[in-house]
Write a protein that binds this ligand. Sequence first.
Ligand SMILES: *Cc1c(COP(=O)(O)O)cnc(C)c1O
Length: 428
Amino acid sequence: MLYQRSSQLFAEAEKVIPGGVNSPVRAFKSVGGTPIFVKKAKGAYLYDEDGNRLIDYINSWGPMVLGHAFEPVVHAVTEKAKLGTSFGMPTELETQIAALAVSMVPNIDKIRFVNSGTEACMSAIRLARGFTKRDKIIKFAGCYHGHSDSFLIQAGSGAMTFGSPNSPGVTAGTAKDTLLATYNDLQNVKNLIDVNRNEIAAIIIEPVAGNMGCIPPAEGFLKGLRQLCDENGILLIFDEVMTGFRLARGGAQELLSINADIVCFGKVIGGGLPVGAFAARKEIMNYLAPLGPVYQAGTLSGNPLAMAAGLAMLESLNNDTAIFQRLEEKTAYLEAGIKKVLEANNVVHTINRVGSMISVHFDADPVVDLKTAANGDNDTFKKFFHGLLQEGIYIAPSAYETWFITDALTYEDLDFTINAIDKVSKTL
Ligand SMILES: *Cc1c(COP(=O)(O)O)cnc(C)c1O
């Protein structure tokens, strides 16, 4: 495959955009080479600026669960655009999508729409702090909750010490209120709560982790967190930006039968437009301005194009009773196929999967947290990534990313992919 025009476009972009990209993971830093510039996409396929067709396993990092340029979304957005693109005034559409989301997701009464997953998580934390009148939060190493200051924190020398910022620009004052825990380690969370009794407002977690590859919660882990939160007056926040409207109609709460106190959304909920949201039962949501004292706002929040896209997306998911079963079956088929060819070619690996989230790790040991995720062989991943690209398959350009399966994939696409992985495996 040729990437001449993409290379040229990247060189031009680098002159005027830092690193040539508007979000760092797009830059191919961890796999080498230059990013591919996309021209258009339809269904399961991307078409790049050099005229290559790629089977897409990123799907805009999750939103395109029903495929690219999904007809109901395209229709809704184009029709709405003719009526005006932003008003800064309430519209009926906002109530329609809010009512539908509340009906699909368990355990929530009200929802507030924002413009990104980052904003959703940032606002959820502020609401939790205001509601509990406490300052500290617990997050888990390897979980991503967007790029707001409170979340860009990693541990100091031990889990009991205060966090130190891992990006310049995050102040020590902010970092000290974020406590870092180990995913799937309940005892570690208990210890943090013991040391910081009556100071912790919330525990925020990806109920199925997707930002260190896919890592399922261990048996009893989320139930244990729920119990610890109940015993200690702590709010449990599920960051369902990846899992929401993907793992089930009601997201991970429904799939895993655990209730969270606040739930964050992004990605699928906007159908490919910039949308995030956070939701909770009414006692908590009524604490938000203008009803309550916690301030949160947005000039473009509830934007008509974004809400039209999101509503078309949620309606399609809600009306298609077999969608989550189909996604499960397709991804299970892919998993079995990949496992078979990697084993046949003696490639050391671990595959993690929950529903339509799947990741391949080049390490034999179970991948259960950030530390075990980091054990994977990155050189093998780089070869795997570039090998698949040559075969016309686009996976995320980082070993720490989940693949997001779309319903637009056919079984022929999956077979093509498994054959390509067989071929590439022989070169690893
Ligand atoms: C993508 C993601 C975010 C951030 O969402 P943006 O829309 O990129 O700001 C937050 N949490 C999780 C779990 C995510 O996967």
